[in-house]
Design a protein around this ligand. Structure first.
Ligand SMILES: [Ca+2]
Ligand SMILES: [Ca+2]
Length: 230
């Protein structure tokens, strides 16, 4: 179905998603006490091996749902995947919106790096804000998603110094340089990272989605496999 106003409509939709995510990040400060125990870049870097392991597992999920084996997940494949992972609490419309938003290269399909971001956003937005977390009935799917995405949310909250749900360039650079912990200064190759290459937008701020893409390449998704070559 062609529509002449598709651009302004999708811009509006993405602005809504962005605002939603921003609120989610502000709310999350209460449910993710772990960000307070992160002290420096070193404590973040120590999480990388475990995160890489989690990403490898997610790659297996990605591959098993890419049923036609074309290297991308389409809407139908995604729906099956979400059912299996018990992440079905968003409406079809919402999932479609997120799908388009995460397809950053506009290929109309979700590659592995986009898939991770998409899954994380669905997980976050679908997650009940507090109380009703049914611990006992959690199966492999949600556990896997949780074990990889919760620590990443905590890194974001740690970097979000003013707690407004967006990252501020000055704060991030300061943290990357470990200015408060001069003895722990990270080696240049570590701090001189793609975080600084994030699109900081008009006001020197980035939201969670952009952070996630940067964080993925930072953790070293590139050496998890060859999907990041585009
Ligand atoms: Ca496919
Ligand atoms: Ca894509």
């Amino acid at each position: 179905m062609l529509c002449c106003c598709v651009n302004s409509e999708s811009n509006k939709k993405y602005a809504e998603l962005d605002a939603k995510l921003e609120r989610k990040m502000v709310e999350s400060r209460r449910y993710y006490p772990g960000h307070r125990s992160l002290k420096s870049m070193d404590s973040i870097i120590m999480m990388f091996p475990k995160l890489k392991e989690g990403l490898r597992n997610i790659r297996n999920v990605f591959e098993s749902y890419d049923q036609d084996g074309n290297g991308t997940i389409d809407m139908e494949e995604l729906k099956k995947c979400l059912e299996e992972l018990k992440l079905m609490s968003l409406s079809d419309e919402e999932v479609k919106g997120l799908y388009g938003w995460c397809d950053v290269d506009g290929s109309k399909g979700i590659q592995f790096n986009e898939f991770i971001v998409l899954l994380c956003l669905i997980y976050l937005l679908a997650k009940p804000s507090s109380e009703s977390r049914e611990e006992e009935s959690r199966e492999l799917g949600p556990k896997l998603v949780e074990s990889i995405f919760d620590p990443i949310v905590e890194v974001f909250l740690f970097l979000d110094k003013d707690g407004k749900g967006k990252l501020n360039k000055a704060d991030v650079i300061k943290t990357l340089n470990n200015e408060d912990y001069p003895l722990e200064r990270s080696p240049k190759h570590v701090t001189n990272m793609r975080f600084e290459e994030m699109d900081w937008g008009r006001k020197g701020k980035v939201g969670f989605r952009e952070f996630l893409f940067a964080f993925m390449s930072w953790v070293g998704l590139d050496d998890v496999d060859g999907y990041m070559t585009s």
